[in-house]
Write a protein that binds this ligand. Structure first.
Ligand SMILES: *[C@@H]1O[C@H](CO)[C@@H](O)[C@H](O)[C@H]1NC(C)=O
Ligand SMILES: *[C@@H]1O[C@H](CO)[C@@H](O)[C@H](O)[C@H]1NC(C)=O
Ligand SMILES: *[C@@H]1O[C@H](CO)[C@@H](O)[C@H](O)[C@H]1NC(C)=O
Ligand SMILES: *[C@@H]1O[C@H](CO)[C@@H](O)[C@H](O)[C@H]1NC(C)=O
Ligand SMILES: *[C@@H]1O[C@H](CO)[C@@H](O)[C@H](O)[C@H]1NC(C)=O
Length: 312
């Protein structure tokens, strides 16, 4: 019986990184005292307090699409040896969009950022076209958020990727991000702010697929083909992330988030994904963060989507 209980405890430990003691301190201490306490625990990451960022207003409800998106492994000829640390910004240094981060503001539009930024990076990597695609233009993708009031109410990354293949996306210069406009009615404006022709500014995707939940496959996809979009469950502690490798420790969950994974690596024995957030460059490591791979509570690896741009 004792062994059985011990075994159960071990299993629970191996899947949960949440820490009750830290969570208790979080709930009972003033935030400044808690930050000092947490940062002195010498864990793999540090926290801070962001004045103008209430993470719960910057998330989004993620909707599932009706249609099943296929699981596809990257095409590999023969054995491929993956580096321990990989950063897309270095491999495709001629693609400036990979290194850029944006701020979604107080709007649940994270899904449009996760998809449009991944699409921009891959348009450069595979078609050698440098263009920052417009997340605003995903407001023309009604299927992806039709059960919500607006793009800011959340949406479906799957449907958004599909729209990249069917409707295409114009550039950010044509349709810059504008939250006010997103919250209105009939927001899909088929005109360019920069005087270009809307239809001729469209760039298209070719197909969309799910990357199977497997460490080697995900790393191969990143290394061979570039950034991918990922969704995961967000807890309060993530909102306090300053630097290091994020591992969920305290706080309750307040929603989903969609981001762009650009690489992976290992530090002091901890394996992580390197990710671009859409909360502006003042958050985290200049807008980026590292997150420990395969955390049961985040379920990130089960929710990775990507696509190729249409051949030109
Ligand atoms: C964390 O590291 C600091 C500086 O090295 C040390 O003073 C402190 O005791 C460590 N804290 C814990 C909980 O190990
Ligand atoms: C790894 O160890 C170094 C040296 O002790 C430390 O500065 C760094 O913060 C550690 N990184 C992580 C992610 O724990
Ligand atoms: C963050 O925003 C949510 C939703 O508007 C609100 O319920 C919560 O109290 C806010 N938290 C802080 C710390 O301002
Ligand atoms: C990519 O485009 C740039 C400028 O348009 C050009 O100089 C370069 O040769 C192109 N690279 C490839 C591999 O076609
Ligand atoms: C949007 O349409 C709804 C219902 O038709 C209306 O009540 C609302 O005032 C409109 N909002 C704007 C910003 O036009």
């Amino acid at each position: 019986m004792w062994y059985f209980i011990k075994l159960l405890a071990l299993v629970r430990l191996s899947i949960s990184t949440f820490n009750e003691e830290i969570d208790y301190m979080y709930k009972s201490k003033p935030i400044n005292e808690f930050i000092e306490y947490f940062n002195n625990l010498n864990l793999s990451w540090k926290i801070t307090h962001y004045d103008n960022l209430n993470a719960s207003t910057h998330l989004c409800s993620l909707l599932k699409s009706e249609e099943n998106i296929p699981y596809i492994k990257p095409d590999v000829d023969g054995e491929i040896s993956l580096p321990v640390n990989f950063d897309s910004r270095e491999k495709w240094a001629h693609c400036p969009t990979i290194a850029e981060v944006y701020d979604q503001g107080r709007c649940g539009s994270c899904w449009t950022f996760g998809v449009a930024t991944t699409a921009s990076d891959r348009t450069c990597i595979h078609n050698n076209i440098t263009v920052r695609l417009s997340e605003q233009d995903l407001d023309c993708c009604k299927d992806s958020y039709s059960t919500r009031k607006s793009v800011c109410g959340g949406g479906s990354p799957e449907e958004a990727f599909k729209c990249w293949t069917t409707l295409g996306l114009v550039s950010l210069d044509c349709r810059p991000y504008n939250i006010q406009e997103l919250k209105g009615n009939d927001t899909c404006k088929k005109t360019c702010k920069n005087g270009k022709q809307y239809q001729s500014d469209k760039h298209y995707g070719k197909n969309v697929w799910r990357v199977p939940k497997d460490d080697d496959i995900i790393r191969t996809e990143l290394f061979r083909n570039g950034p991918v979009e990922a969704s995961f469950k967000v807890y309060e502690d993530f909102g306090h992330y300053k630097h290091g490798i994020y591992e969920h420790k305290y706080g309750k969950s307040f929603g989903g988030h969609s981001v762009r994974v650009i690489g992976y690596g290992e530090e002091n024995g901890t394996q992580y994904w390197l990710v671009a957030n859409s909360w502006g460059p003042k958050w985290g490591e200049n807008g980026f963060f590292k997150v420990k791979r395969f955390q049961h509570e985040l379920n990130l690896e089960a929710n990775i989507l990507t696509a190729f741009p249409k051949n030109i």
